[in-house]
Design a protein around this ligand. Sequence first.
Ligand code: F0G
Length: 474
Amino acid sequence: MRQIFDGETTVTEAVFQRCIESQCSGTLAVDDTSFICPQCGGLLDVVYDWSRLSVPESLTFFEKRWSERNDPLALSGVWRFRELLPFADSRWVMTIGEGQTILQRADGLCSYVGLVPGRLFLQYEGMNPSGSFKDNGMTAAFTHARMVGARRAACASTGNTSASLAVFCSATGLMRAIIFIGAGKIAYGKLAQALDHGALTIQIAGDFDDAMQRVQQVSRQLGIYLVNSINPFRLEGQKSIMYRVLEGLRWEVPDWVVVPGGNLGNVSAFGKAFFELHQLGLIPRLPRLAVVNASGANTLYQLYEKLRIRWNDGNWPKQQVQQFFAQMQAEHRRASTIASAIEINYPVNLPKALRALQWCDGVVCEVTDQEILDAKAQVGRHGLGCEPASAASVAGLKRLRQQGVIGKDERVVCVLTGHQLKDPTATVAYHSTDPHLFEEVLGRRGVRRPTFANRAVQVPNDLNEIIKAIELYA
Ligand code: F0G
């Protein structure tokens, strides 16, 4: 049990927030919305005193929820695991049917990535209401926002967080969405969602990293509820992606989970999910985590693999990391990748990601835009449409197989974070016969060949010519 020093009073709670910095470990009440430690500026965790909460003895407990699906809380792929994120009373829960996603076996892709058939699984989060994994976290943040009586919510976004926020606000009518985006830095599918769902859309002359800084300042100044993944309640919702992965594997732990890394919320949430399950005795071991950066936005790769920065039980070398960031700033290095969702150089969840990498014996790799788009085309060819950032996981797996980090017999789950229709421009440019479009969208980013292009066949409007073309190609 923890005591919380909440102003004048001392309260004892089963759920609270705690600074992750080992030298600080300051605590805050569950309804605090600072989302950053007021004492040391560290990131916060949502912490549970499990001994005072009702936790199932086995993960099979959650199977009964499948027969209760007329209850929105059992239908939700997040809240049907509510005993594992018990920060809110059920009456506050805001759900729009998120998390109806399943683990798909992907034998067709095995030879491409170099795995034995039967060993690759894709967790396709594009099936969420707003088309990305963000809805898992947004339902949790929204629930917390409702608990604390927020009326306005804001985020900075490369597009998917903003789309999710806009959908939640418009579907529930509970809050006004205010989104910060970098001008020209967001794929059209995502911008379309923000506009159509009525979000106040603030385009900043800058990129995601600029927008992220501004939204934190503005939220603090105006008392607006922040839904970026710096908000620890969002990460509670994203833990459920891993619960569904386990469920898809009949509660067996995979050898690897591979995930694209941007602001590093997912990797942080996945690490916490596995750490807690292990702590509760619900899984026998933790899987290994692999985080994949785009090479044009590879901060985590640089820090973890090149500079060997480690969490080190909380004693991570902060100064060295700060120096890295200072140098990046001095050199005006900006993130640049076709995978615009992960075009981020200053990931806010870096310390939590380092911690997750320690818990899960993780690795980090980087992949080029060429590798990302080729992997994306292969994913599409085998039945699931994803956006470029999502395909980074598959491209990363291929690299890690080539490097021998992952074995060909190991059981691997790649998370496909967002839907194909989020970014039609990248897909059409890759498959297009128009060299100008290819150059404008992809060539300038160093993509040389559309290796798996599926070209549209140009034919005159003539029945015989059309039939000839079909006979020739199909
Ligand atoms: N994949 C997609 C499709 C994303 O939209 C994002 C992040 C990531 C991967 C990276 O996840 O931040 O948890 O490491 N998109 C955020 C946004 C930044 O604003 O939509 P992460």
